[in-house]
Design a protein around this ligand. Structure first.
Ligand SMILES: [Ca+2]
Ligand SMILES: [Ca+2]
Ligand SMILES: [Ca+2]
Length: 305
């Protein structure tokens, strides 16, 4: 049997790889997602205006629609990554490897090295107090919460994580993207295998990440954790962040919150709630394939010399 040069075998390998990816990628949904979101709620001025239980089998952007409110659902252009097939068993699977775009800091232009899957709610974020009936505004009180299965991210690499976010992403002026507040669960570096909750303030203009508070979580307390942001006082720019354990579907004890308050609304009067999952970026399949093909090509050239 004649051995065919590696380069001539490449198209077949490519076809096999493509077929494998097609099979794998279509099944990499809720069942294989590393994180799960059970419920997302938003209260404004004491009234519940949005709740998604992720129980209709239709993954977002379709969300629960409420009549008589302007916070009607997810914003398609603020959905990062592919959520198709991600909803099952009353939960939304979150998988950063299903991202839509590589993440680059929009202001510094530097790659952030992160795979990112996220979705944000429509809050009609006009930068004026006159639209007080819309969105989550400085002159509202609000409470945003997300109930996640409490899992420890696989790696303590500073990327693997999931969480709840408030962001000023719709402000295109110099004061937009500078008030991003994350409640984010990582694997602890000091206690491997344990989850840790961080309250992080991010400024995409400055490219900074400021840890406001952190807390080691105790998975024996519950199999789920509700993360929340609470804006308690109208016309006050501070937001409190906290959490509550859930066990077998029932809340455990009282909610706990960080004593450190975060300050938002620098340059605008709105914020937008969202949730996300992050992992360290790996090369795009096409890039990885080109690299592999290049190495195979070099090997073939060496052998043929
Ligand atoms: Ca649910
Ligand atoms: Ca749904
Ligand atoms: Ca801002």
């Amino acid at each position: 049997m004649t051995r065919r040069p590696a380069l001539r075998r490449l198209p077949r390998i490519a076809l096999a790889a493509t077929a494998a990816c097609a099979a794998f990628c279509s099944t990499a949904t809720a069942a294989t997602a590393p994180y799960r979101l059970d419920r997302l709620t938003v209260e404004r001025n004491g009234s519940l205006i949005f709740v998604d239980e992720f129980d209709d089998g239709a993954a977002l952007p379709p969300g629960p629609f409420f009549t008589g409110t302007t916070i009607a659902g997810y914003v398609p252009e603020r959905i990062v990554g592919d959520f198709s097939g991600a909803e099952s068993g009353g939960k939304l699977g979150l998988d950063p490897s299903r991202r839509g775009v590589a993440t680059v800091n929009p202001f510094t232009g530097k790659p952030e090295g992160a795979s990112f899957q996220a979705a944000y709610l429509n809050v009609n974020t006009e930068s004026t107090q006159q639209t007080a009936a819309r969105g989550l505004k400085l002159n509202h009180t609000f409470h945003v919460s997300a109930l996640f299965d409490l899992v420890t991210p696989a790696k303590a690499d500073g990327f693997d994580s999931y969480g709840l976010r408030l962001a000023d992403f719709d402000n295109r002026s110099a004061t937009g993207w500078n008030d991003v507040l994350d409640l984010q669960i990582f694997q602890s570096r000091s206690a491997p295998g344990m989850p840790v909750l961080l309250l992080l303030e991010r400024d995409f203009h400055a490219g900074t990440r400021n840890i406001l508070a952190q807390l080691r979580l105790d998975p024996t307390q519950g199999d789920q954790i509700e993360l929340f942001f609470d804006k308690h006082t109208v016309d006050n720019p501070t937001v409190r962040a906290g959490y509550r354990y859930y066990k077998a579907g029932a809340a455990v004890g009282q909610p706990a919150s960080f004593s450190t308050l975060a300050t938002l609304f620098e340059g605008e009067v709105f914020t937008r709630p969202g949730f996300f999952a992050v992992a360290q970026a790996v090369p795009e399949p096409s890039t990885a394939w080109l690299l592999a093909a290049g190495i195979a090509g070099l090997a073939w050239r060496r052998r043929s010399r």
